[in-house]
Design a protein. Structure first.
Length: 323
């Protein structure tokens, strides 16, 4: 226990001091995006790694959170905190409505249903021009303010996002070690056996789905306050696939998986965007996709259980008594 507390202290101190050594707003921006994506992948980790359900539509909930903040602060002139709270509520309500019939589907059909939902919402973001601004998006979103503190600089937003990541991580850690968490793991292993043992599988799957949507909405609301501009392009199908990829590469059902998965995928994309034109002059985006896929494939071949399982190497092995 003391070692765990010491490790937590070192990590928190490292994240707290990191911005003091980073003079580039670009790098701070990358770290902020990693933090926002980590929040989403934590929710997906609960849904996929514990409840055993897959979703290719979480970019839609991410976008709902962003557009909720954009509409309420610019068109309705809401204060920023109520708008941020609303960015959690709307995705949660939508998930509760669609989750009932959708989560009755199994495996491939569930994936296709969430994919169709994500595509539909993305189309609505583009077509509802009177509300969302259409493809041009919405501008004029104010900076988030809490009391007299205005998050108008990257370094301020960095601390806000990573404190949020810490709080969400601790909440989820307590959740997965609770009775509800054990029940969700049972569903993942065998839904039929869970039902026969009296577990409300439908209710737990719906709760996990709603919880993951709420976290995606939270990240979306924070994202809108960070960029102060929202358009449909960041909320398409490719983003949903990216979120699932982060969850799988990080390691489903692991504590550190969301952070490691989001960090690797975002950082790898940025490095390839910078490095490929230097190595292959005139290379287009297709080369980035090819190398991106090859590297991630190699990672999954070498570590199929995900990067989060690397932490098992630091655990003290149990020594069984030999009678």
């Amino acid at each position: 226990m003391n070692k765990k507390i010491a490790l937590w202290g070192i990590l928190i101190l490292a994240f707290a001091l990191l911005p003091l050594f980073i003079k580039s707003n670009y790098l701070l921006g990358v770290l902020i995006v990693i933090g926002l994506y980590t929040i989403i992948v934590i929710g997906l980790g609960i849904l996929m790694g514990y409840a055993g359900q897959v979703s290719f539509g979480h970019a839609a909930f991410f976008g709902m959170g962003s557009y909720t903040v954009a509409v309420l602060t610019t068109a309705c002139h809401w204060p920023t905190i109520p708008a941020l709270i609303a960015s959690l509520i709307l995705p949660g309500l939508v998930a509760a409505i669609i989750g009932g019939p959708t989560l009755k589907l199994r495996e491939l059909y569930l994936a296709l249903a969430t994919l169709a939902f994500g595509i539909l919402v993305h189309i609505l973001f583009n077509e509802l021009k009177g509300i969302t601004g259409g493809p041009s998006g919405m501008t004029g979103i104010p900076y988030l303010s809490i009391g007299g503190l205005v998050f108008d600089r990257d370094i301020k937003f960095y601390y806000l996002v990573w404190v949020t990541v810490l709080l969400v991580s601790l909440a989820v850690h307590n959740l997965i070690h609770s009775r509800m968490g054990r029940a969700m793991r049972a569903i993942r292993e065998s839904e039929h056996a869970s039902e026969t043992s009296g577990i409300d599988t439908a209710g737990l799957k719906l709760q996990a789905f709603v919880f993951s949507a709420v976290l995606a909405g939270l990240a979306g609301g924070l994202y809108a306050f960070y960029v102060t501009f929202v358009s449909p392009s960041p909320f398409g199908f490719h983003t949903s696939v990216q979120f699932v990829l982060m969850a799988v590469v990080g390691g489903l059902g692991t504590f550190w998986g969301p952070l490691l998965g989001a960090g690797l995928v975002v950082a790898l994309g940025e490095v390839l965007r910078w490095a490929i034109p230097l190595v292959i002059p005139g290379a287009g985006g297709e080369y980035q996709i090819i190398f991106f896929g090859i590297i991630l494939m190699l990672i999954m071949v070498i570590k199929p259980e995900g990067l989060g399982a690397i932490t098992d190497l630091f655990k003290k092995p149990r020594v069984e008594e030999v009678q």
